[in-house]
Design a protein around this ligand. Structure first.
Ligand code: HPA
Length: 273
């Protein structure tokens, strides 16, 4: 048994001690989106610090709890707050919870985030369905010896964001009357925001949004064979599009303002996935 698998099983043993639920759907709630976890009923809430081998979440707007319960009648596991590369952890470390999810039996994973919009027609508060990503972090969470208990050395990334789940999401958003953009997400290491020159580069690549999370988690989920849906909340237009600085307070406030709409869509999705 690999060292990683041993650690994952120790994390899992603790989680199972706390809750007997067997979720097949997991959600990761990004910056400012944590309050969506309040919709989860019968919640068993476990601070990351109590789970063997889990990191501590240090990012603003990230509570740092694992929640098991039901959302729209579906048993779910939810990460209220995630880990980021910019916190100083390795990409392998920040994606450790995804390995735990896979071993727990999670089949579908919804990754949410707050991000900067790359198109002028986007507005703060818009929701965007991620169609694909560009890993601009210069790093990959699978570097190092392959974790063969979880997946292959060279996993395919042709359809990271599951086409069936995307179609389902588009249909549900239309039924709910929740406008949903679509676009490619660029993963950036942060913690500085991007420069206008970088943003022009990403625009030239045809991307729709840029943010500091999601990409590593999506790669590891695919390595484990977990299906992924990615949903972004555009909290600001990216650097240089408007002649104004970007602040983390603005990001959290915009994500907060979109929370009700985002929550309705997530609950609907949970019920149907
Ligand atoms: N860039 C990167 N990450 C972000 C942004 C941004 O403009 N807004 C929210 N997260």
């Amino acid at each position: 048994m690999s060292e990683l698998l041993k650690m994952v099983d120790e994390s899992l043993a603790y989680i199972r001690e706390r809750s007997a639920l067997k979720p097949e759907l997991a959600l990761v709630l990004g910056s400012g989106l944590g309050p969506l976890a309040d919709k989860i009923e019968g919640a068993c809430s476990i601070p990351y610090g109590e789970i063997p081998h889990f990191l501590r979440s240090t990012a603003p707007g990230h509570k740092g709890r694992l929640i098991l319960g039901t959302l729209a009648g579906k048993t779910v596991l939810c990460m209220q707050g995630r880990f980021h590369y910019y916190e100083g952890y390795s990409q392998k470390d920040i994606t450790y919870p995804i390995r735990v999810m896979a071993r727990l039996g999670i089949k579908n994973l919804i990754l949410t985030n707050a991000c900067g919009g790359l198109r002028r027609e986007f507005s703060p508060g818009d929701l965007m369905l991620i169609t694909d990503h560009i890993n601009f972090t210069g790093m990959n969470p699978l570097i190092g010896e392959n974790e063969g208990d979880f997946g292959p050395r060279f996993p395919d990334m042709s359809k990271v964001y599951d086409p069936e789940l995307r179609a389902l999401c588009l249909g549900l958003a239309a039924n709910l009357g929740v406008p949903l953009r679509e676009g490619v997400y660029v993963g950036y290491s942060g913690p500085s925001f991007e420069t206008p020159a970088e943003i022009r580069l990403f625009q030239g690549w045809g991307a729709g949004a840029v943010g500091m999370s999601t990409v590593a988690e999506a790669i590891v989920a695919r390595h484990c064979g977990v299906r992924v849906l990615g949903l972004s909340c555009i909290t600001n237009l990216a650097a240089g599009i408007l002649d104004q600085p970007i602040s983390s307070d603005e990001v959290i406030a915009a994500a907060d303002a979109a929370g009700e709409r985002f929550g309705r869509l997530l609950a609907e999705l949970a019920g149907r996935m």
